[in-house]
Design a protein around this ligand. Structure first.
Ligand code: NAD
Ligand code: ZN
Length: 361
């Protein structure tokens, strides 16, 4: 397949997302093309570095790896400080480029380090999970968790380039891969019936990570994210539709202390909740609600949800960042490929939707 190039144009920076099999072997050329400053640092995790580091080290000669832990519980300021420490010890100056090489956790943490070290050095994202490739590497949101809440500390800092190599997904555990696919379903359900149908039709080949099936799915997802981000860098309006499934999803993650579900799995439940809400209001046809539920079920089982308490999930939702002046904004699907944003969902509607998705208490 030919390389795919997608432009992202925001007020703070314009850059290209390049998608190509074996792209990491040509990373050196990409860095030259975007005139990335001479000294290169790669931030990665020990696991990702062990699996794929040799290739990237060959591609950017002389780059210095900085390895930090990448579980969600390490997505904290102390880990960012370790990145600063390594940069200071190596006397990294403004003529330095930071390359992130890992999943969303590495991208968000190292991106935040790049945004703040010397008030900002050049940043290149090379995402290695499906979720990072279709979502977190594009759009410039970087940051870390606070012990009392997720992603509370951060910045908008656009990269100079994003390089996506679908072949690195070969080593991704199946559950992580599936977690990323739920975000792809989100793009389909909110913005592209074509993408939605494609996931359904080519599910087996996508799961087998066959490039002919997988690369177009990644490319289409990136196109949607790039388009939305270009229209609305700071999430004042259109970017909000990408929060589809995330209001209930974030609450479900929070009440289980971020331990039971992968982010995408919680979003899968969140999308089902939003679909139930829309259906109960007569805004979504039975057939479209079923299409979403079937596609999600077809990817495999989700961790259990029956034991969660509706009252706790509702309470967690009230603390959501998307509460603006006391009103919770909710993205509801109106058909496969289109949505509407509402701010008048009642607790009663919410409780009923949560019950229909499977919460028993
Ligand atoms: N910035 C944004 O706009 C944005 C958007 C969505 C999500 N996020 C953030 O992204 C994070 C989740 O990212 P994630 O799902 O990529 O999780 P992750 O970064 O924790 O990666 C998941 C696991 O996969 C491993 N891994 C990574 N690449 C691999 C590969 N190629 N082969 C084998 N194993 C590999 C990692 O070591 C890790 O154990 C969350 O913190 C979330 O807040 C940010
Ligand atoms: Zn998400």
């Amino acid at each position: 397949m030919d390389p795919v190039r997608i432009d992202v144009t925001t007020p703070s920076r314009a850059y290209t997302v390049a998608i190509e099999n074996n792209a990491i072997d040509r990373l050196g050329q990409v860095l030259e093309q975007v005139h990335a400053p001479e000294r290169r640092f790669i931030v990665s995790s020990p696991l990702v570095w062990r699996l794929h580091g040799a290739r990237i080290a060959r591609a950017i000669k002389g780059a210095e790896p900085i390895l930090v832990s990448d579980g969600e519980r390490h997505k904290q300021l102390p880990t960012v400080v370790r990145i600063y420490d390594a940069l200071v010890r190596a006397s990294a100056d403004r003529a330095s480029t930071l390359v992130t090489f890992g999943g969303g956790v590495i991208g968000d943490m190292a991106g935040f380090a790049a945004a703040t070290y010397l008030r900002g050095i050049a940043l290149i994202h090379v995402p290695t999970t499906l979720l990072a490739q279709v979502d977190s590497a594009i759009g410039g949101k970087v940051g870390v968790n606070h012990p009392l809440g997720k992603n509370l500390i951060g910045a908008f800092y656009q990269p100079h380039a994003v390089v996506i190599d679908p072949t690195v997904l070969a080593t991704l555990p199946r559950r992580e891969f599936r977690a990323g696919l739920y975000e792809v379903i989100k793009y389909g359900m909110t913005s592209s019936a074509g993408l939605f149908d494609r996931i359904d039709r080519e599910r087996t080949a996508i799961f087998a990570r066959e490039p002919a099936a997988l690369t177009p799915v990644i490319a289409e997802s990136c196109r949607i994210k790039a388009c939305v981000v270009s229209a609305d860098e700071r999430e004042a309006g259109p970017r909000m539709i990408l929060n589809f499934g995330h209001t209930a999803g974030h609450a479900i993650e929070a009440v289980t202390k971020y331990r039971r579900y992968r982010h995408g799995e919680a979003i899968a439940y969140g999308m089902l909740v939003a679909a139930e809400l829309a259906w109960a209001r007569g805004a979504l046809a039975d057939r479209d609600k079923k299409a979403l539920a079937d596609l999600i079920a077809g990817l495999g089982p989700l961790p259990a949800i029956a034991d969660l308490s509706t009252a706790q999930v509702l309470e967690a939702m009230r603390h959501d960042k998307k509460v603006v002046s006391g009103r919770l904004h909710f993205v509801l699907p109106t058909a496969v490929g289109s949505t509407v944003i509402v701010d008048d969902v009642t607790d009663k509607e919410m409780r009923q939707a949560l019950k229909r998705v499977g919460l028993k208490r």
